[in-house]
Design a protein around this ligand. Structure first.
Ligand code: MSP
Length: 659
């Protein structure tokens, strides 16, 4: 029997670049919540997708020399794109919406028309400030130090004919919703919205653009495209079939039970979105939860800073479940958290390898060693339980209630903390019972040992059920190892001690969570990050040409000559300089020092014909005289400086003038 429906969403992602660990965080949290709700008996609809319109995408596509649709197709559907990432991360979304899907486009045109027909969208002139990366309009008063209040970047003046949504009309109702209901959580976000946006006065919102074309056209006024946030927010209802025929689930699933969103887009979800729905006369989502950001070194991750963390690298290196677990175990969902590879590896080693992994491997190994892999029938019961038997049993059988209370408040970290208290208690129970000592006299202690091992398996099983939403793949393996059948993997069974059949046959299997060598792993990750950083930099950078003229006579004074390398050596105590002995055609050797040791070994250059400017005043470097300068071509590749000495045909005699 279903407990009812549960509709949960992630924000739909901008496919302007590949997704990073911050995006993965939100999707993994939503997935854990969706899986928890399914496990506990709800009929879940979990929606995610991509938000594909807007000027930023149009610009990126132009830079890449492809159409906007080709550009987003590659990032969404292509190798290591958004869909691949969600498959890798074992994301169980029921639906994936792309805002370029035909049904969504049609539905947005109808929604826009509805808002227009009911008088809440009108035509006016937009004058203000526009932040291109955020695709957000701001008034002068909303800017922070003259810059975009969301991302801190420069804004530009904008003025054009545009449609406006009467957001101001809904200010009172939205304020009431925020202040007097638990629509928006955590509560601290309410104050932020009311103080920063509503109290200063909600202005009508510009909801169409004419300065670019990559958007959904306003069908009754060609030349205008729908503002990307109106297009994007509506995905939550169009994906259910609102104003389209592609789906028929609107009645069943709307209103959403919760929208999970990052803190910087709470404004759109808790002010604009409810106002739009009020205007459409549709029910409001039950809740918006604004989670915190994953930070790197205390700051925001961004491609332009070159500090994004690639979830592919981490999942492939440490396992998908370990990464999923780390994200939700470590950071309180409502607040910001600092990501680090050290914290990730530490969590894997302490919680997964040490506490959980050892519990499973020790227990299953002992069942194998002492009982040939099968506990004797009747081991579930023990006539006079010891206090630690009772304590373990009570802690484990009441765990589901504590876990559920935390999960219902989206406190993943606390829910996991409750589970790990039981895992730690179970490990202590091994030491308290010293099974290896009991095993010394199996005739006398065999039944007790069997009971102890049963209790351990049972505590592990209950934890396994509750960890399934976080680590679905590994928990399936854990159940196989402890011999839990389907009935012992259910939500109901997690509250019933003794659900594991006492003739279960546990098998010690592969190590679920191998221990990671911290130093080696960090070295490898740092090297991979360095590579990725380089790859993200422009492939070739060439210094812009000088704009200032040099007069002809001055230029002609520079004396460029062909020179032949007679000898070349490293300069002592310098890792940069090479010392050249050159035949410059005068009959007297010329010595030039050149800072090119990074690119050339001296032997490579002997006998080569190079070009030098020979009438520069002599200079001393590292105590040696340098009489002139060798000419090189320089550029940068993926941020790295490259240098090539100018070499000319060996047929050119030493001393030939270059002009
Ligand atoms: N397209 C909009 C959402 C439209 S929803 C109708 C958008 N996309 S986004 O790709 O830029 O961001 C998607 C989500 O990822 C946001 O909730 C954002 O907060 C989240 N994250 C991006 N970087 C993040 C971190 N470093 N940490 C946690 N979440 C972050 O906004």
């Amino acid at each position: 029997m279903s407990k009812g429906k549960f509709y949960i969403t992630t924000p739909i992602y901008y496919p302007s670049d590949k997704l990073h660990i911050g995006h993965t965080y939100c999707t993994v949290a939503t997935d854990a919540m969706a899986r928890y709700k399914r496990l506990s008996g709800y009929d879940v609809m979990f929606l995610t997708g991509t938000d594909e319109h807007g000027q930023k995408i149009e610009d990126k596509a132009r830079e890449a020399g492809v159409t906007p649709k080709q550009y987003v197709d590659d990032i969404v559907e292509g190798p290591r794109g958004v869909k691949d990432l969600w498959r890798l991360m074992n994301i169980s979304n029921d639906r994936f919406i792309r805002t370029t899907d035909d049904y969504h486009v049609t539905a947005i045109q109808r929604i826009f028309k509805k808002l227009h027909d009911n008088g809440d969208i009108y035509k006016g002139t937009y004058k203000g400030k526009y932040c291109k990366p955020c695709e957000s309009f701001w008034t002068e008063s909303q800017l922070v130090d003259g810059k975009c209040p969301d991302c801190g970047r420069e804004v530009t003046d904008a003025e054009e004919e545009a449609y406006f949504f009467r957001l101001s009309k809904y200010a009172g109702k939205v304020r009431d919703l925020l202040e007097n209901t638990d629509f928006l959580e955590p509560r601290s976000r309410v104050n932020e919205m009311v103080n920063n946006f509503i109290k200063p006065g909600l202005e009508d919102l510009c909801v169409s653009r004419t300065s670019f074309t990559w958007g959904i056209p306003v069908d009754f006024d060609p030349g205008h495209v729908v503002y990307v946030w109106v297009d994007a927010l509506s995905n939550y209802i169009t994906a259910l079939g609102f104003e389209n025929d592609a789906y028929d689930d609107y009645e069943k699933y709307w209103p959403a039970d919760v929208h999970f969103v990052g803190k910087e887009i709470v404004r759109f979800h808790s002010i604009i979105w409810p106002a739009m729905l009020m205007s459409l006369g549709e029910p409001l989502p039950k809740k918006v939860y604004g989670h915190g950001w994953l930070l790197l070194d205390g700051g925001k991750m961004s491609k332009s800073k070159g500090n994004v963390v690639d979830p592919y690298i981490l999942a492939e290196k440490f396992g998908v479940d370990a990464l999923r677990f780390f994200l939700l175990r470590t950071f309180p969902f409502g607040s910001d958290g600092n990501f680090s590879n050290e914290a990730l590896i530490n969590t894997i080693n302490v919680d997964l390898a040490n506490d959980l992994g050892n519990l499973v491997s020790r227990t299953t190994a002992m069942v194998g060693k002492y009982f040939g892999g099968k506990l004797p029938a009747g081991c579930r019961d023990w006539a006079q339980p010891a206090p630690f038997d009772t304590e373990l049993k009570e802690m484990a059988s009441s765990l589901r209630g504590r876990y559920e209370a935390e999960m219902e408040r989206f406190q993943f970290q606390n829910a996991l903390e409750e589970v790990f208290k039981v895992i730690q208690r179970a490990n202590k129970y091994i030491d308290e019972n010293a099974p290896w000592a009991l095993a010394k006299d199996m005739d006398q202690n065999g039944p007790r040992l069997a009971h102890v091992l049963y209790n351990l398996l049972e505590a592990t099983r209950i934890c396994g059920v509750l960890l399934t939403p976080f680590m679905p793949g590994s928990m399936a393996k854990l159940f196989d190892q402890i011999g839990a059948d389907e009935a012992a993997r259910t939500w109901d069974s997690a509250a019933v001690w003794g659900s594991l059949s006492d003739d279960a046959a546990p098998k010690k299997g592969e190590n679920l969570f191998p221990r990671i060598d911290m130093d080696a792993a960090i070295r490898e990750l740092d090297a991979a990050a360095e590579e990725a950083k380089k790859a993200a930099l422009p492939p070739i950078e060439i210094e812009p040409q000088a704009t200032e003229f040099v007069d002809f006579d001055t230029f002609c004074k520079s004396d460029f000559r062909a020179v032949k390398v007679k000898a070349c050596t490293h300069v002592k105590k310098s890792d940069k300089l090479l010392c050249f002995t050159l035949d410059d055609g005068t009959g007297t050797d010329r010595q030039i020092l050149s800072g090119i040791a990074k690119w050339y070994e001296p032997e490579q250059l002997i006998g080569k014909t190079l070009v030098a400017i020979v009438n520069l005043p002599p200079r001393k470097m590292m105590g040696l005289a340098s009489n002139g300068m060798l000419i090189s071509a320089v550029h940068r590749e993926h941020g790295e400086e490259k240098l090539n000495l100018l070499m000319v045909s060996d047929d050119i005699p030493a001393g030939a003038k270059m002009c």
